[in-house]
Write a protein that binds this ligand. Structure first.
Ligand code: A3P
Length: 286
C-alpha cells in the first residue's frame, strides 16, 4: 500500500492529512467534553455509515437537519490537521470521528464521561474496500497487486497501522459502560435493531416513527443518492469518483469475489494466530 507517510508512535499516518503536531495535540491536549460521542473505527469499517446514523439519531431522523453539511464535515476526525480548529467552534453535543488506535487516543477521554461507539468489520472486506479506495482517493498510489496488498495489511503497513492491534487495543474497553461495540455485519443484518441499541446506549429516546426514519435515511441506497453523504462534494483532486465510488458496494462478504482459495487459507491462518488472545466471538464468524 503506497502513500506518503510518517510514523507516529509506531503507526503509519498520511502526509497531507496528519502532522506530527496534529497527532501530539490529539493525544495530549485535545479536550474531550463529557457529552461528546466518538465514532471510532479502523478505516473502511463503516465510519461514514455510523456518522450518518449518529447524526440522524441526534436529529430524530430528520434528514434535512442532519444533512446540512457534507458528511465528512458533520463529524470530523479530531486527529487530522485540518479539523482541529473547526472542532473548537463546534456546538455541543459533538459527534466526532477517529481512526486512532487505543494507545494514542486522547488522554482526556479516559478522565471524561464521553462515549465511544466502536464499529468493527470483517478484515477481509476491509482489505477489499481499501484496495478499491486506493484507486480513487488521491493520497494513495492506486494498488494493483492484491496479494501484496493483503500482505501489507497483515504487516500493519496500512494507514493507521495494524487492524489486529487496533481491535486488540480497543477491546480492552469491552465491558466499560462508556464503550459500545458493534459490527458492520450487524448493521447490514438488522439496521433498525442496531439503531434501537445505539439509541439505548446513548440514552436517546426516539419513538418508533423516528427510528424508522433514521433507518430509512441511513440505507446504502439513501446514502449513495444523497449528495451530502456520498462524498461527491469533494474535488476530484482529493477523490476521483469517475473511476469508482466511495459508496462502492455496501455489502458483507465481497471478499469472496476477490480472495483466491490460497489467499483465503493464508489469511485465515494469520488471523487465527493474531487474534487468538482476544476473547470475542466475531459476528461474521458465526
Ligand atoms: P465498500 O467499499 O465495501 O462498499 P468507511 O466509511 O469506514 O470509509 O467505510 C466505507 C465502506 O462502508 C464502503 O464499503 C461503503 O460502501 C460502506 N458503506 C457506507 N455507507 C454504507 C451504508 N449505508 N450501508 C452499507 N455500507 C455502507
Amino acid at each position: 500500500m503506497s502513500f506518503k507517510n510518517f510514523d507516529y508512535k509506531g503507526i503509519k499516518l498520511a502526509v497531507g492529512i496528519h502532522t506530527g503536531e496534529s497527532l501530539a495535540y490529539a493525544e495530549n491536549e485535545f479536550e474531550v467534553l463529557d457529552d461528546d460521542v466518538y465514532n471510532v473505527t479502523y478505516p473502511k469499517s463503516g465510519t461514514n455509515w455510523m456518522i450518518e446514523i449518529l447524526n440522524l439519531i441526534k436529529h430524530k431522523g430528520d434528514c434535512k437537519k442532519s444533512n446540512r453539511v457534507p458528511i465528512y464535515k458533520r463529524s470530523p476526525w479530531y486527529e487530522t490537521a485540518g479539523s482541529q480548529d473547526k472542532i473548537k467552534k463546534m456546538e455541543s453535543p459533538r459527534i466526532l470521528s477517529s481512526h486512532l488506535p487505543h494507545h494514542i487516543f486522547a488522554k482526556s477521554f479516559f478522565k471524561s464521561k464521553a462515549k465511544i461507539i466502536y464499529t468493527m468489520r470483517n478484515p477481509r472486506d476491509i482489505i477489499v474496500s481499501l484496495f478499491h479506495f486506493t484507486k480513487i482517493l488521491k493520497i494513495f498510489e492506486p494498488a494493483e497487486n492484491f496479494q501484496n496488498f493483503i500482505e501489507d495489511f497483515i504487516q500493519g503497513e496500512a494507514l493507521y497501522g495494524s487492524w489486529f492491534d487496533h481491535v486488540k487495543g480497543w477491546m480492552q474497553m469491552k465491558g466499560d459502560s462508556r464503550f459500545f461495540f458493534i459490527t458492520y455485519e450487524e448493521l447490514i443484518q438488522d439496521l433498525r435493531g442496531s439503531v434501537v441499541r445505539i439509541c439505548k446506549f446513548l440514552g436517546q429516546e426516539l419513538d418508533d416513527a423516528q427510528i424508522d426514519l433514521v433507518a430509512e435515511n441511513a440505507t446504502f441506497k439513501s446514502m449513495k443518492e444523497n449528495v451530502m453523504s456520498n462524498w461527491s462534494q469533494l474535488s476530484s483532486d482529493i477523490i476521483d469518483q469517475s473511476n469508482g465510488s466511495f459508496m462502492r458496494k455496501g455489502i458483507s462478504g465481497d471478499w469472496k469475489n476477490h480472495f483466491t482459495v490460497a489467499q483465503s487459507e493464508y489469511f485465515d491462518k494469520v488471523y487465527q494466530e493474531k487474534i487468538k488472545d482476544i476473547n470475542i466471538n466475531f459476528f461474521w464468524e458465526q
